[in-house]
Ligand binder design. Sequence first.
Ligand SMILES: Nc1ncnc2c1ncn2[C@@H]1O[C@H](COP(=O)(O)OP(=O)(O)OP(=O)(O)O)[C@@H](O)[C@H]1O
Length: 342
Amino acid sequence: MPPAIETVDLVKEYGDLRALQELSLTVEEGEFFGLLGPNGAGKTTFINTLVGLVRKTGGEARVFGYDVEDDYREARDAIGLAPQEFNVDRFFPIKEVLMHKAGYHGIPEDEAAERADEVLKRVGIYDKRNERFDWLSGGMKRRLLLARALVTDPDLLILDEPTAGVDVQLRHDLWELVTELNEEGTTVLLTTHYIEEAERLCDRVAIMNEGRKVTVATPDELKERGTDTISVRLESAPSMTPDVSAEYAHETTLDGDRLEVRVDDGGSTAPRLLNDLEAKGYEIADLEITRTSLEEIFVDLTRSEDRTVTRSSASSASSGGDGDNEDGERGDTAEREQEGVA
Ligand SMILES: Nc1ncnc2c1ncn2[C@@H]1O[C@H](COP(=O)(O)OP(=O)(O)OP(=O)(O)O)[C@@H](O)[C@H]1O
């Protein structure tokens, strides 16, 4: 079985701006994969390239082996997308919205009606099936986007910041539901700003910054890359910073009677640090070890000295002639109308 998502040197340029820069990424079938990155990193552009809303400038992109442009229909039929924006037709009852979506993907009307009921029940808004989108609360709207993504029974579920602005209860409900779907075999690609969400849900995460892949790792591997801080309270405040071994200490700071030493592995280094301090005549009152959080590691990895726009050196060499409109979107009006994309 080919990977659920495979991109090789994927490039997207919006005029002079390179939103995706030679991005190569593989998501295996059945994975729960997270895409993390600060605002403007290119996450939505990446997703929109996969679903055909954005036409790539260069490189390759395949979904279950189907080229996202040459085999657009097959690739798109395999994907259920819950986008960041509420792009739902406001004039129809939500059950009909779901039936239209299923119909667009070639599902006969009777089956579409059954599937619509089924997914509305699954996301917990079946009792609202005859109401219009505008009449739903913000949380229900999020649930509907998920239902719409699920109505075609996709093999790849793409969730673009599904829990942005939702309350704690709904966030947990959504987490539970997508975990269940993943356990049933659906591959999940999730973008999020919530590090905790990625840590809790994802098998692996890719961290992106300015259109590039910074790293791909499991949340645990990422945390391993962080440092620990051993915080020691001394019985009395020394007049100068104790001189501890540079063999294990990356940085040592003193604030009154509190000494903080940054090391790779706090658990194995603490006994040695205590021995060293006691050998130098310091008396220890207490000791605490803290690990760098995933959030700090993320901030570190995506810190950018230069936040200015990255200019393309190859904008004229685009693989193009592709007739993009100004948004770089493909001219598939039927799909865009169906999804309500303006
Ligand atoms: N249609 C467009 N036309 C021109 N530039 C665009 C377009 N869409 C996105 N961009 C630019 O491409 C870059 C990547 O944007 P994108 O929305 O993909 O980032 P993101 O990681 O999804 O950000 P966020 O976390 O804020 O949603 C940004 O600099 C953005 O301004």
